[in-house]
Design a protein around this ligand. Structure first.
Ligand SMILES: O=C(O)CCC(=O)C(=O)O
Ligand SMILES: [Fe+2]
Length: 355
């Protein structure tokens, strides 16, 4: 494979740099106090570390998180066996409008194709969602997972991993609530009656033109919180808030990478920002990563929390419905609309600077 299809080629200003800047600064947080007590009882120091990381980076890494290393290892091996199969096998569980979960290899980020293939798995089965993006259409649909015959262990590996990571995600959400001076359980009602969280198995094959293409183009995660595990290859870059420089996130064994998503940005009324990131590819080694996207129930109205707004700091966003937002995103994936995807800044109040 020498030539790269033009649909993968990034515009000049978005191409990866050749020199890599390593992220000395992305905070590393020790979660061991959580192993013995709940977030509400933990030391203020842990909450302060989370606050600093959310304010300054929007990203942090956690260790001593309590998730057995085997659970991730098993899932990455199963993912490798799945993606190693011929395309005709993978296409049997291909995602389409009727089955929005499963295998997919033509995702576009900002209208440029990503050098990756993915397999999406929903957490709650079935997951309740709006059937359409139309604001007045109240029809519902149920998302179910599509499991391949091969490898047979993929389903169990996913289910086991999800159970562990889901627990971790709620603990982190409690810490984030405390760091905003809110009660630990402040976000719970958005998730307790039918979350729409999902995991994605990402496979980035070696790319003959890593200077022109990206595994995932620059983007922010639209969800509440992302808990990411990656193998030892590396490729994730985070846009540093202080100077806009792309910073390489060096893989550290047995840690998770956490990032604040767009919904936390809105709930916190911009106190915490969802930060842009992207994925570089390379010409020799394939890479695997697995994000867990924590998402609330489909009917959740997302808006700045009243406790975090007042006359001096009025709400910066109009409220939006999470399920309709999600359905609009899905629609633009399937229809490959040649316009920008729906974004939270479309809901910025008109007296706020957009963008
Ligand atoms: O592969 C990675 O490191 C990150 C992937 C990512 O940002 C995403 O899937 O949203
Ligand atoms: Fe992402």
């Amino acid at each position: 494979m020498g030539e790269v299809d033009p649909t993968f080629i990034q515009q000049l200003e978005h191409r990866p740099k050749l020199e890599v800047i390593e992220a000395q600064g992305i905070p590393q947080i020790d979660l061991s106090p959580l192993l013995t007590s709940s977030p509400a009882d933990v030391h203020a120091d842990l909450v302060a570390q989370v606050r600093d990381a959310c304010e300054n980076w929007g990203f942090f890494q956690v260790f001593n998180h309590g998730i057995p290393v085997e659970s991730r290892g098993k899932l990455i091996s199963a993912a490798k066996r799945f993606f190693d199969q011929p395309m005709e096998e993978k296409r049997k569980v291909r995602r389409d409008e009727a089955h929005p979960l499963g295998y997919y290899d033509t995702e576009h980020t900002k209208n440029v194709r990503d050098w990756k293939e993915v397999f999406d798995v929903t957490v709650d089965v079935p997951t309740l969602m709006w059937a359409s993006h139309e604001p007045d259409d109240e029809q519902m649909t149920e998302y179910l997972n599509q499991w391949p015959h091969h490898p047979p262990e993929l389903r169990e590996a996913c289910e086991e991993y999800v159970k562990d990571v889901e627990k971790l995600s709620y603990k982190l959400l409690e810490l984030i609530a405390l760091s905003l001076n809110l009660p630990a359980n402040r976000f719970e009602p958005f998730f307790s009656k039918g979350q729409t969280s999902f995991i994605r198995l990402n496979h980035y094959p070696p790319c003959p033109a890593p200077d022109l293409a990206l595994g995932v183009g620059r983007h922010k995660d639209a969800i509440a919180l992302t808990i990411l595990t990656q193998d030892d290859v590396g490729g994730l870059e985070v846009k540093r808030k202080t100077d806009g420089e792309w910073i390489f996130v060096k893989p550290i064994p047995n840690t998770f990478i956490i990032n604040v998503g767009d919904m936390i940005q809105v709930w916190s009324n911009d106190k915490y920002e969802s930060v842009e990131h992207r994925v570089m590819v390379n010409s020799t080694r394939e890479r695997f990563s697995i994000p867990f996207f924590l998402c609330p129930s489909y009917y959740t109205m997302v808006e700045p929390l009243v406790e975090l707004t007042d006359e001096q700091n009025p709400a910066k966003y109009d409220s939006y419905n999470w399920g309709k937002f999600f359905a609009t995103r899905k629609r633009s994936n399937f229809k490959k609309l040649d316009v920008e995807n729906i974004q939270i800044y479309h809901f910025k109040k008109s007296n706020e600077l957009k963008g």
